[in-house]
Each structure stands twice: as structure tokens, then as C-alpha cells.
Design a protein. Structure first.
Length: 285
């Protein structure tokens, strides 16, 4: 498959569903989270440990530390079991819908099908059951999106398992630390254009496989060993069934163009998004 060369669109002038609430305890009963420290406090869950299934099934041996806690979820670095073939895995535990950053998620939910009649009615009424169903669908959607995009060769973390409120996936980084988000780094200006073009090729690859990230920014692009890895896909939309897809694609590309401009990459976000969308609609990807 041939991807578009966006060089001609660039100026020549270089320029985790619900996270268990935690509290400090003196309990002697260990959990996975009892090994995870935050400051001087050691935390344990007040409800079932969302990562316990991964331990029981032999995916991980324990939790090492918190990688980040964001608007959608908390991510933990876990020691992987030898059977996985890797040293570390990342576990993403989602927050409850009420605590998520995407309060108005209707634009992302459009086009997502709920087959069960009773569940569809509960979602429409926005009842407690309906909100629980939507929260579970949010998690499952990221799992399925990561599976599809990783299989297509996209630069996303490899997904390993999904159980309840949590996803288990490739850990981007090593024992010295996690891959840093793009916004924290200073990029070599000589490499900026190549990285930008790689990012645009990734966006196009996702679109080829009927996905628009819909929240792409320097905050959810990681850099590890000189490569870009794209994360956080629960809100991704399918352009075949979501009328907001083009607007979201334009926003994603505009965010990337604004970031790379500081390194001398001047690109027309509107032209890139419209060109990419046109190729998608015509089936030219």
C-alpha cells in the first residue's frame, strides 16, 4: 500500500472503566497495589484489585510503580511473567465515567452499535446501568482498536489482554524509565521533518483501517529509543459511521502541525487533512 508523500504540502523554508478508590491502610493483607508507592504512602484498594486477573492468569508477577495518572486512566508499570517474552508490561486501569476527562463523549460514541435491545434502551435513557454499559464499551473499544491497528503495523503498543476495568499492553520504555511524551522533549531540528512525516503516515494508516484518533496531541505520543509510539485510543471514531470524523481528523492534524512548527516544519493542516480525507473517500489509500 502506497502512502502519500506530504512533502509538497510542507513549505521549503525550514523553520483504566473504574479505578478502585485508594486509601492508606495498615492492613497486612497484600495486593498488587500494596507494592505501589506514591510519595511515602503505600496504597491498597478498597475494592477488588483490577489487576488481579492478570496475576492469576500468569501475565504479570507484580506492579512496580505508577507511570502516570491522567484524565482517563492510571497506567502502571508491571513486571511481566517470563512466558510473555518481555520484561515489563503496562497496565491501564480506567477511571469511572464520572471521573473521566471526556465528559461530553457523545461525538465519540456516535455510530457505536449496542446490539442488545435492553442495553441500548438503558444507554439511551442514560441510566446508571446505561452509563456502566457505556464505560465498559469505552474500554472494549480501545482494546479492539489497538488490536486492529497493531495487526496493521501501526506504531501503537502491542495489546496483550483486557479484563474488566484494565488493559494490559506493551510497556513503552525500559527499566530506566517510560518513554517520554512528545511535549516534554526537545527534538533535533534536523530530524523534525522526518518525524512529522512519520506521524502523518500513521494518521493515514489509521484512516485506511477506518480509525480517526480524535484526541491526537503531543501529550499522547511517546518517544522511546528514537521512535514515536501513539497511545490513548478509547475515543477513536469510525469515519464510516461517525459524522464528526472529518472535523476530528482536522483537529488531530492541526494539533500535530502546531507542535512541529516550533522545529521549523511548516505545513498546511487544512490541505493535509482534506487531501487525506479525499483519498480515503475515493478509496485511494
Amino acid at each position: 500500500m502506497q502512502y502519500m508523500d506530504y512533502t509538497d504540502l510542507i513549505d521549503d523554508e525550514p523553520v483504566l472503566q473504574r479505578t478502585a478508590r485508594t486509601r492508606t491502610r495498615k492492613s497486612k493483607q497484600p495486593t498488587l497495589f500494596s507494592k505501589t508507592e506514591s510519595g511515602s504512602d503505600v496504597h491498597e484498594t478498597e475494592q477488588d484489585d483490577p489487576l488481579q486477573p492478570f496475576l492469576d492468569e500468569g501475565w504479570i508477577k507484580g506492579v512496580l510503580h505508577v507511570v502516570k495518572s491522567g484524565k482517563e486512566a492510571t497506567v502502571y508499570c508491571c513486571e511481566a511473567s517470563a512466558s510473555t517474552g518481555v520484561e515489563l508490561l503496562a497496565a491501564k486501569v480506567y477511571r469511572s465515567r464520572n471521573n473521566r476527562g471526556f465528559k461530553n463523549d457523545a461525538i465519540y460514541q456516535e455510530g457505536r452499535l449496542v446490539l442488545d435491545t435492553h442495553e441500548r434502551r438503558a444507554v439511551k435513557k442514560k441510566s446508571r446501568v446505561g452509563r456502566t454499559i457505556q464505560a465498559g464499551e469505552w474500554i472494549n473499544h480501545e482494546w479492539e482498536t489497538l488490536r486492529a491497528l497493531h495487526a496493521a503495523g501501526a506504531a501503537v503498543p502491542r495489546p496483550y489482554a483486557q479484563r474488566g476495568d484494565a488493559l494490559l499492553m506493551e510497556y513503552v520504555g525500559d527499566r530506566d524509565g517510560a518513554g517520554a511524551p512528545l511535549y516534554r522533549l526537545s527534538i533535533d531540528r534536523h530530524k523534525a521533518r522526518g518525524l512529522f512525516e512519520f506521524a502523518m503516515a500513521q494518521v493515514e494508516l489509521w484512516l485506511t483501517h477506518n480509525r480517526v484518533h480524535a484526541d491526537l496531541s503531543p501529550y499522547n505520543v511517546l518517544v522511546a529509543q528514537g521512535r514515536l509510539v501513539f497511545i490513548d485510543f478509547p475515543q477513536a471514531v469510525d469515519p464510516r459511521s461517525n459524522s464528526n470524523a472529518l472535523a476530528l481528523l482536522e483537529r488531530d492534524i492541526a494539533n500535530m502541525c502546531r507542535y512541529w512548527e516550533q522545529y521549523g516544519v511548516r505545513a498546511d493542516a487544512h490541505r493535509i487533512s482534506r487531501t487525506m480525507w479525499g483519498r480515503y473517500i475515493r478509496g485511494g489509500m
